[in-house]
Design a binder for this molecule. Structure first.
Ligand code: IPE
Ligand code: IPE
Ligand code: MG
Length: 273
């Protein structure tokens, strides 16, 4: 397979080794979702303005995206801007929008060359026209790619996502096309903005906050959570490997019990003996 060049750095031997150890140690999550938090605090700690934190955060996005593609992660969903983030000072919101446009302009070809498909979830129509255009161009350019799907959650919230799904389903009912009794889990899943994407296996949150902040509320039902104290601009591939290592040690039971721990099965064996 073609070498990845997203960070414009040749992958070191040491990094290749770390990745192959990780791949041999257990399962690589198919879908990783990240709440990229702490840019502002990172910048303040350095005596800089919040926007500087967001800028360095883009370098983390590049590094994490490249490492995920190299590891064979199929879906990477990044929480970049929440519905509630519109409530921040106008200057910060504008700065974030400008950064988004500039990053997309710079990275779109790069994503394409690396066979990465860019998609978004969220209320894109709330974004300024130049942002929407830049995003659409990158989405169209990369639409046929399939090494990794990079999804940016922009003006996204879990409650918005569920509300929209409910509206769509209600319209089917209203038009007489759907019996409400037939509404089930799968139908709701299929009407969310993430339809056709498997639920995240691993959700990472940086900056040490133990909350979900309105991210993929429906989709995270059985996701493994990993929270690190690190701020997002300091979260790079070595920290990603630690998160995946932690994931590999989890026992995902999905509400059931572990194989071989069925006491009744043991009992019936005992009775037989
Ligand atoms: C995350 O960093 C980026 C966005 C939410 C856009 P923050 O901007 O929330 O940084 P902190 O959490 O205030 O440090
Ligand atoms: C969550 O971070 C949203 C994003 C990372 C885009 P916030 O900084 O907005 O969340 P709270 O305010 O700490 O819950
Ligand atoms: Mg924050």
């Amino acid at each position: 397979m073609k070498e990845l060049t997203l960070t414009n750095k040749v992958q070191t031997k040491d990094d290749k080794e770390k990745q192959s150890l990780l791949a041999n140690a257990g399962e690589i999550p198919e879908h990783i979702a990240i709440i990229m938090d702490g840019n502002g605090r990172w910048a303040k700690k350095k005596g800089s303005i919040r926007l500087h934190g967001h800028k360095v955060g883009v370098d983390s996005v590049r590094d994490i995206t490249e490492a995920c593609a190299q590891l064979g992660v199929k879906y990477l969903t990044l929480y970049a801007f929440s519905t509630e983030n519109w409530g921040r000072p106008t200057a910060e919101v504008r700065g974030l929008m400008r950064l988004l446009v500039a990053s997309l302009r710079k990275e779109a070809d790069n994503l394409h060359e690396n066979d990465i498909k860019l998609v978004t979830i969220g209320q894109m129509d709330r974004f300024p026209a130049d942002c929407q255009d830049e995003l659409q161009e990158a989405i169209d350019l990369t639409a046929g790619n399939n090494r990794l799907q990079l999804c940016l959650a922009l003006s996204y919230s879990g409650r918005w996502d569920i509300t929209e799904a409910v509206k769509k389903i209600a319209r089917h009912v209203d038009a007489g096309r759907l019996d409400p009794e037939l509404i089930n889990d799968q139908m709701i899943t299929d009407h969310l903005s993430t339809a056709n994407v498997p639920d995240p296996d691993l959700i990472i949150r940086t900056s040490g906050e133990y909350r979900i902040s309105n991210f993929l509320l429906w989709q995270l039902a059985y996701s493994e959570l990993y929270i690190t104290e690190r701020y997002w601009p300091d979260f790079r591939r070595d920290q990603l490997y630690e998160a995946i290592e932690s994931f590999q040690q989890r026992d995902r039971r999905f509400g059931k019990i572990k194989n071989g721990e069925d006491e009744n099965a043991n009992n019936s064996r005992l009775h037989k003996n």
